[in-house]
Design a protein around this ligand. Structure first.
Ligand code: DLL
Length: 436
C-alpha cells in the first residue's frame, strides 16, 4: 500500500519535540560513551568536560570533536561502546590511505539504519508493491546492505544485484520490472548510456532512483532522469555514522532531510571549530544519539554544506542539508586557486558534453597543470561535420570563466575513459601534495 512516510509520527514531529528528544538522548549517550569508551573519556578529560556538564543539545558545543584520524588511532576497536560479542556486523570505508575505518553494528543499530533507508525509499515513492533494484556494491561498503535492509523493512521485492555486469543489470530490470533503482549517480549515468545504446528504454518500468555516495550536480540529475525515465533522488550517508540514509531527499528535491531522531547535525567553521548559525556554509558534524556499538560524538565529516529549517512542503519537519558543496579536504588548490570538481562537471554538462570525464592535476616545472579529459557523445562522434577544435576552444573559455584559471581540454572518443561500477574516480592528482 502506498504511504507518504515510513514513520509518520517521527518524520513529521514538531521541531520542539525533536529537540527535546535529542536532548534526552544526548545526555544518556554522553554518559554511556564516557563510561564505556576510554578513548573518548580521555578526550573529554583533556578538554575538561564531564558528562554532568551536558544537560541538553545547548551544551553540545562543549564536547570535543572526533575526526577520521581519531578513528584510525583507535582502530580497530578503540571506539567500541559495546563488547564485540554484542555486535552482529561490520562495515568499512574504501579508504586507500592509512588504516581503514571500521564501523560496528549491533542488531539494534542495523534496525535503526534499515528504518532510515526505508524512510528514504518511501520518500522516493516506494511501497511494498515496488521492485527495488539495488546496484550499490554489497560487502564492506554500506550502500548495498543499507538499501537492501530498507527495502526489506518496507516489504518491497528486493533485487540484491550489487554492482557490475551491466548487461545482466539491464536484463533483470526488464524481466523483473524493477521500479526503483539504487546505485551511485555515476553508475546510473552509465546504465542510462547503455540503455540508450541498446534502445530498450521503453521496456523499463523504473519510476525513481536513489542515488548517492558521491557528489553529483543538478545537470547530472537531469541527464539521468532523462536517460532512464525516472525521478532521481539524492541520498547521503557515511560509514562512520551508519551508511546511506543519514539524510535523504523528498519529492521537493531541495535538500535532504536528516534523520534527526538518530543524528544531531551541526555546521562548524572548519578552521576554527566554531558552531555556525543555520544557513551558513560550513563543515557538517554529526552526533549519533541512538547507536549502541559505534556511537560517535561530534564527528567531523569534512563535507561542506548548509542546513535549513525552512518548512518543507512534504510535511517532514527534520532539518534539511544541502547537497555537499565540496569537502573541506578534497578541494583542490591549483595554481593557488580553489577548484571543486563539481564546478568542472557543471561546465561540461552545461556545454552538452557527456558525464564521462576525468580531471588530471600535475606539477611540471613547479607549475600546476590541469587537464580535463572528456568524452564526446556518440552523436558528436558520428557527426562528420562536428568541429572538435571549436568545441575545445568553447569549453576552455567556459572553464576559465568558472574556475578563474585555464585548463587544457582534451575531447576523447566515446568509451575511452574507464567506467566505474561504484564511485567514479574523477580526479587524478599526480602532485602527491600530502605525502600519500
Ligand atoms: O558513501 C554511504 C552511502 C552509500 C551514501 C550509498 C549514499 C548511498 P562512505 O563510503 O563512508 O559512505 O563515504 C562517505 O561520501 O562523507 C561524502 O563525502 C560522500 N557522500 C555520500 N553521499 C553523498 C551524496 C557512503 N549524496 C562520504 N552527495 C561522505 C555527495 C556524498 N557526497
Amino acid at each position: 500500500m502506498e504511504k507518504r512516510y515510513f514513520q509518520p509520527e517521527i518524520e513529521t514531529m514538531p521541531v520542539e519535540e525533536i529537540k527535546k528528544r535529542q536532548s534526552e538522548l544526548l545526555v544518556k549517550q554522553v554518559k554511556n560513551v564516557y563510561e564505556n569508551v576510554s578513548y573518548y573519556r580521555d578526550l573529554m578529560d583533556k578538554k575538561g568536560v564531564k558528562p554532568e556538564d551536558i544537560k541538553g543539545i545547548e551544551d553540545l558545543h562543549k564536547l570535543p570533536f572526533l575526526t577520521k584520524d581519531d578513528l584510525r588511532e583507535a582502530y580497530p576497536t578503540g571506539l567500541l561502546a559495546r563488547p564485540k560479542k554484542d555486535c552482529v556486523r561490520i562495515h568499512s570505508t574504501s579508504g586507500t590511505t592509512g588504516r581503514r575505518v571500521v564501523a560496528y553494528y549491533t542488531q539494534h543499530d542495523i534496525d535503526l539504519w534499515d528504518d532510515c533507508c526505508a524512510r528514504a525509499l518511501v520518500a522516493a515513492g516506494a511501497s511494498d508493491e515496488d521492485v527495488v533494484h539495488v546496484s550499490y556494491g554489497y560487502g564492506l561498503f554500506t550502500g548495498g546492505f543499507g538499501l537492501n535492509g530498507g527495502s526489506h523493512k518496507l516489504g518491497s521485492l528486493t533485487l540484491p544485484m550489487s554492482s557490475g555486469n551491466t548487461d545482466r543489470q539491464i536484463q533483470f530490470m526488464i524481466d523483473q520490472e524493477s521500479t526503483i533503482l539504487c546505485c551511485t549517480p555515476s553508475y546510473a549515468a552509465y546504465l542510462g548510456e547503455s540503455v540508450k545504446e541498446k534502445g530498450v528504454k521503453d521496456q523499463l518500468k523504473l519510476k525513481a532512483g536513489i542515488f548517492g555516495a558521491e557528489a553529483w550536480t543538478e545537470e547530472m540529475r537531469a541527464e539521468i532522469e532523462n536517460s532512464l525515465g525516472l525521478k532521481a533522488y539524492d541520498i547521503y550517508g557515511l560509514t562512520e555514522i551508519s551508511g546511506p540514509g543519514v539524510a535523504f531527499e523528498c519529492e521537493e528535491q531541495a535538500g535532504m532531510h536528516i534523520n534527526e531522531d538518530h543524528f544531531i547535525a551541526e555546521i562548524i567553521n572548519p578552521e576554527t571549530g566554531e558552531v555556525l548559525p543555520e544557513g551558513e556554509k560550513g563543515e557538517l558534524v554529526f552526533t549519533s544519539i541512538t547507536k549502541e556499538a559505534f556511537p560517535l560524538l561530534r564527528y567531523r565529516t569534512r563535507d561542506l554544506c548548509v542546513l535549513s529549517r525552512k518548512k518543507c512542503s512534504c510535511g517532514r519537519t527534520h532539518v534539511r542539508m544541502s547537497k555537499p558543496l565540496g569537502r573541506s579536504d578534497d578541494m583542490m588548490v591549483i595554481r593557488g586557486v580553489n577548484v571543486f570538481p563539481s564546478q568542472i562537471e557543471t561546465v561540461l554538462l552545461n556545454n552538452n558534453m557527456s558525464v564521462n570525464y576525468q580531471i588530471v592535476v600535475d606539477r611540471v616545472n613547479n607549475t600546476d597543470t590541469l587537464d580535463i579529459n572528456v568524452e564526446v557523445t556518440p552523436e558528436m562522434a558520428a557527426d562528420l561535420t562536428y568541429d572538435r577544435a571549436a568545441k575545445t576552444r568553447e569549453l576552455s573559455a567556459a572553464m576559465k570563466n568558472m574556475l578563474g584559471i585555464s585548463a587544457k581540454i582534451h575531447l576523447v572518443n566515446p568509451h575511452t575513459i574507464v567506467r566505474s561500477e561504484g564511485k567514479a574516480v574523477r580526479v587524478i592528482d599526480n602532485r602527491k601534495l600530502f605525502g600519500h
